[in-house]
Ligand binder design. Structure first.
Ligand code: GLU
Length: 514
C-alpha cells in the first residue's frame, strides 16, 4: 500500500465528555497517521439517538484541539467523504442493509423488546445458557426466516415495527488479525444475530461503522480493546459485503487500568483518588454538574500527551519526555503492548512538573497571569521573573505557581492563629521590633544584607535563628509556609518588608485581644 493512502479514523459517539482513554485512542491514531504521512479522520458516530448528548461533539473537537490533535477530515473541516456525522448519512446505510437482505445475510425481526426480555428472563431462571438470538433460536422467533411468507408480508403491510438482524452462520471460523494481539479466532456459533438496523430507521453502530470504514477507505482501525468482541462480527460483515480484500487492519489498544486494581480506569476512580479523567472541564447539560479536566487542574497539554503516550506504548528506550514530533518519529503499533497499563497519578504529576520546568519565564508568566489579574497584581517584569525562578521548581501543577508565589505579590490578610500560638513568646514582639529597627538602618535589603544582619544579631545576642525567623515568616506570609526568608527579603525589599512587620504586628495584636 502506498503510504499516502493510509487513512485512519477516530470515531467517537457523542454521548458525553471524552474519557482520557478516548483521547489516547485519538492520539495513537494521530501519531500513526502523521508518521505514515496518512490522513486522520474524525467521524461522529451518532446513530444512537437515545444516548446523544448536546455539546458532546463540540467538547470532543475542542478538547482534542487543546491536546494538539487536529484532524484532516471532520464534520467541521469537511473532506472528500463528507458528511462525517453518521446521522447525516442514513441513505448510505439503507442501501447497504438492503444488499445484505438481498444476499440472505440479514433478515427482518418483529419480536418486541418485552418478548425478548421475557425470553431472557426464562432462560435465566431455568439456569441454562443465556438467551441469544442466533442460529438455534431464530427458527422459533418472529422473523422473516421463520414466519410464513404471508404472515411476513402482512406484518410489513400493517407497518409492524421491525429491526434487521445479521444472519450469523453456524459453526464457521472467523479470524481477526489484530496488529497488537495477533490472531483472534472465533467460532460463529458463539456469536448472536446482532441488530444492524433499528426500528427507528437508523443503523446500529456495527453496520454504520463497517459501511463507513469501507466508504471512507479506512486502512487501519485503531480503537480500544472494548471493541475487540465486536471485531469478528465486523469481519463477517466485510465478508458478506464482498469487501474482505480491502478490509482495514485492526489494532485494539489495551485498557488503561485504575491505579489500585485491575479494572478499567473510570470516572469514579478519578473522584475517589483526586485526579481528572477528562481532558478539559465538562458541564453535564442535564444536571449542570461540572467535572474538572486536566486543563483546569493545571496540566499542560504536552504533559497529558506524554502521560497517554506511555499508557500502552513503550518507546523501548529510557527516554521519558517526548515532543509531539519525537512521538510521531518514534511511534509504532508494534511497540503497543497487549496488557493494560495502570494509570499512575503521581507519575502524571511528575510529567507535568518536567514540562513546567522546561517553560521559559515568559511562558510561565503567562500561565500565572490569570491569578495576577484576578488579584489586581501588576508586578514589575524583573520581580516577576525573579519570583518565577524561585517557585518554578516546586510547581507540579499550574496553580502551584500561584500558591507558591502569591506572598511575594500580596500582603497576608489572615494570620494562622495556631502557628501564632505555637511560636509567639512574651519577648517576640520586642525582638521583632528590634530587627525592624536594624533593617531600617540598611541602605538596601537583599539576600546578603539580610543574611549578614541576622548572623550578626544572633551572634551578638545569643538568640537562636529559629526564634527570630519563624515570627518574621508569620508576619510576611501569615503562616509557616512559603519560600526561604532570604528570598522573601530579597524580593520584597526594605520598605515592603518593614511595612509587613508593622501591619503584621497590628493584626497579631488584634488576634491577641480577641
Ligand atoms: N463509536 C465507537 C466508540 O464510541 C467507535 C468504535 C470504533 O472505533 O470502531 O468508541
Amino acid at each position: 500500500m502506498k503510504k499516502e493512502n493510509i487513512r485512519v479514523r477516530f470515531a467517537p459517539s457523542p454521548t458525553g465528555p471524552l474519557h482520557i482513554g478516548g483521547v489516547r485512542t485519538a492520539l495513537y491514531n494521530f501519531l500513526f497517521a502523521r508518521k505514515q504521512g496518512g490522513t486522520l479522520i474524525l467521524r461522529i458516530e451518532d446513530t444512537d439517538q437515545n444516548r446523544f448528548i448536546t455539546g458532546a461533539e463540540k467538547y470532543i473537537v475542542d478538547s482534542l484541539g487543546w491536546c494538539g490533535l487536529e484532524f484532516d477530515e471532520s464534520p467541521q473541516k469537511g473532506g472528500p467523504f463528507a458528511p462525517y456525522r453518521q446521522s447525516e448519512r442514513s441513505e448510505f446505510y439503507k442501501e447497504y442493509i438492503h444488499q445484505l437482505i438481498a444476499t440472505g445475510h440479514a433478515y427482518y425481526a418483529f419480536d418486541t423488546e418485552s418478548e425478548l426480555e421475557s425470553l431472557r428472563e426464562k432462560s435465566k431462571s431455568a439456569g441454562g445458557t443465556l438467551f441469544q438470538y442466533n442460529f438455534q433460536t431464530r427458527q422459533y422467533l418472529q422473523n422473516s426466516l421463520a414466519l410464513s411468507e404471508e404472515t411476513f408480508k402482512s406484518l410489513l403491510d400493517s407497518k409492524t415495527p421491525y429491526v434487521i438482524r445479521i444472519k450469523i452462520p453456524e459453526n464457521e471460523t472467523v479470524v481477526v488479525h489484530d496488529l497488537i494481539r495477533g490472531e483472534v479466532v472465533v467460532n460463529t456459533s458463539n456469536l448472536d444475530d446482532k441488530v444492524l438496523f433499528k426500528s427507528d430507521g437508523l443503523p446500529t453502530y456495527h453496520l454504520a461503522n463497517v459501511v463507513d470504514d469501507y466508504l471512507m477507505k479506512i486502512t487501519h482501525v485503531i480503537r480500544g480493546e472494548e471493541w475487540l468482541p465486536s471485531a469478528p462480527l465486523h469481519v463477517l460483515l466485510y465478508r458478506f459485503f464482498g469487501w474482505e480484500d480491502i478490509m482495514p487492519q485492526f489494532a485494539h489498544l489495551p485498557l488503561i487500568l485504575k491505579p489500585d486494581g485491575n479494572g478499567k480506569l473510570s470516572k469514579r476512580d478519578g473522584d475517589r483518588m483526586g485526579f481528572p479523567v477528562f481532558p478539559t472541564a465538562w458541564t453535564d447539560p442535564k444536571t449542570g454538574e461540572i467535572f474538572s479536566g486536566y486543563r483546569e487542574s493545571g496540566y499542560l497539554p504536552e504533559a497529558v500527551i506524554n502521560i497517554l503516550a506511555h499508557l500502552g506504548w513503550n518507546p523501548g528506550t529510557e527516554q521519558e519526555l517526548f515532543s509531539m514530533n519525537d512521538l510521531i518519529q518514534q511511534f509504532s503499533l508494534e511497540r503497543v503492548g497487549k496488557h493494560g497499563s495502570k494509570f499512575d497519578p503521581e507519575k502524571a504529576k511528575w510529567f507535568n512538573h518536567q514540562y513546567l520546568q522546561r517553560k521559559t519565564d515568559e511562558e510561565l508568566s503567562l500561565l500565572l497571569k490569570p491569578w495576577l489579574d484576578k488579584n489586581g497584581v501588576l508586578p514589575l517584569p524583573e520581580m516577576l521573573s525573579k519570583v518565577i525562578h524561585l517557585v518554578k521548581e516546586r510547581a507540579f501543577l499550574v496553580p502551584d505557581l500561584w500558591s507558591n508565589s502569591w506572598y511575594f505579590f500580596m500582603r497576608p490578610v489572615h494570620f494562622d492563629s495556631q502557628v501564632y500560638q505555637k511560636i509567639w513568646q512574651s519577648g517576640t514582639n520586642s525582638l521583632v521590633t528590634e530587627i525592624a529597627n536594624e533593617i531600617e538602618t540598611l541602605t538596601v535589603l537583599n539576600k546578603d544584607t539580610f543574611h549578614t544582619l541576622i548572623q550578626e544579631y544572633t551572634q551578638r545576642t545569643g538568640i537562636k535563628t529559629g526564634l527570630l525567623m519563624n515570627p518574621l515568616r508569620l508576619l510576611m506570609v501569615g503562616s509557616n509556609q512559603g519560600p526561604g526568608m532570604m528570598d522573601l527579603a530579597d524580593v520584597l525589599g526594605k520598605e515592603e518588608f518593614l511595612t509587613r512587620i508593622r501591619l503584621g504586628l497590628e493584626s497579631l495584636a488584634h488576634l491577641q485581644t480577641k
